[in-house]
Design a protein around this ligand. Structure first.
Ligand SMILES: [Mn+2]
Length: 362
């Protein structure tokens, strides 16, 4: 669809919002999702004079969270649904089918699997608006730019920076981040601490994420947020992450000719995997790395990273799980994830090696 047309539909959508509307915002649980939800909520309050009635995080394929979102919306009689940083177009029977709404706005930057634009759904994907790889146009910056066309959200630039850094895109937005840090007099180290704070609550106390949301919402600046009682999670998070990074590194299984390394993790909270692999991937910018997380039960979750874009890890994972029943995979070119039944792990790893052998001509 045409960028101009979508932008005018977006403006109409915003104009059409009334104080009587009851708005629900569902966001991805990571920092980019969290910050795009904050920017959206602040813009909504500016436009309608009302705060959203529901703000809730969501994780792909998590049925418990989908049910929770649907029942919250019903309980609060929400009629407008806004989804940020969620690639719901890859879900078969996901969030959209469970939630009831009159109209829906999606602001997302995951590569599009299916165009969901319709009369009731305004589906804004970063790839409609920017030519670069959509992983770089993080949801927070995308939401920031969109809402800036209908109301002044400039003072939320530091939240856009948090989303940029959370999605590991600092390299693509150096100028914007540098300017913001200078303009707001917020040291980069404070932004890093805020990122850790969001991650620590996501991993250790995800049921409290909406509370953290309102702390950010009301505080409006980093110094106050960093003094909130949530800071108690920071230490435990760092300890768990450091020890997992160390034990993971020992599990390394490498294929130098394919610039590929597998790592595995047998402990740890459910959502910590992406933080562990992010840290490991910083020492392997020119390698494809795949981290498998056996979380007990019959499933294994996995993440992949490739910071130099030489291998598209979203395509790699999607192809590697092809034909494996009850599997899923998706994400961005430099960062993707998925899950599969435990008994298919060796088949999955073999497939990854096979695909890369072909690509490298080995
Ligand atoms: Mn994102």
């Amino acid at each position: 669809m045409d960028k101009k047309e979508l932008l005018s539909r977006f403006k109409q959508f915003c104009k059409g919002l009334k104080p009587i509307d009851r708005i629900a915002i569902l966001h991805h649980s990571d920092a980019d999702g969290f910050c795009s939800a904050l920017i959206t909520a602040k813009a909504i309050e500016r436009l309608t004079g009302k705060k959203p009635v529901v703000v809730q995080h969501y994780e792909y394929g998590n049925r418990r969270l989908a049910e929770k979102a649907a029942s919250l919306m019903k309980g609060k009689k929400a009629n407008v649904l806004i989804l940020v940083d969620l690639g719901i177009d890859t879900e078969k029977k996901g969030l959209l089918s469970k939630c009831k709404f009159e109209k829906c706005l999606v602001i997302d930057h995951h590569r599009m699997a299916k165009d969901l634009n319709s009369k009731r759904v305004l589906f804004l994907k970063a790839e409609f608006f920017a030519k670069r790889d959509p992983s770089a146009y993080v949801a927070s910056k995308f939401a920031f730019d969109l809402f800036n066309t209908v109301t002044d959200v400039n003072e939320l630039d530091w939240l856009a920076c948090l989303g940029i850094m959370g999605d590991m895109n600092l390299g693509n937005w150096k100028g914007f981040v540098r300017q913001t840090v200078k303009r707001r007099k917020i040291p980069l180290s404070s932004l890093c601490k805020l990122l850790d704070l969001i991650a620590s609550v996501e991993v250790l106390a995800d049921s409290k994420m909406h509370q953290l949301f309102w702390v950010f919402y009301k505080a409006g600046k980093p110094a106050i947020i960093l003094k909130s009682p949530f800071k108690k999670y920071l230490k435990a998070f760092k300890k768990e992450k450091d020890s997992l990074v160390e034990s993971c590194r020992k599990s390394e299984e490498c294929f130098p000719e394919l610039e590929l390394c597998f790592f595995s993790m047998r402990k740890g909270h459910e959502n910590i995997k992406s933080y562990v692999i992010n840290e490991i991937s910083e020492s392997f910018p020119n390698k494809t790395i795949v981290l498998l997380h056996c979380i007990g039960g019959k499933r294994v979750k996995f993440s992949a990273r490739r910071q130099d874009f030489k291998v598209k890890v979203n395509e790699l994972l999607v192809e590697a799980v092809k034909g494996i029943p009850n599997s899923s995979a998706g994400g961005h070119v430099p960062a993707a994830a998925g899950s599969l039944p435990k008994r298919f792990v060796s088949r999955f790893k073999r497939k990854v090696v096979e695909i890369l052998k072909k690509k490298y001509g080995k």
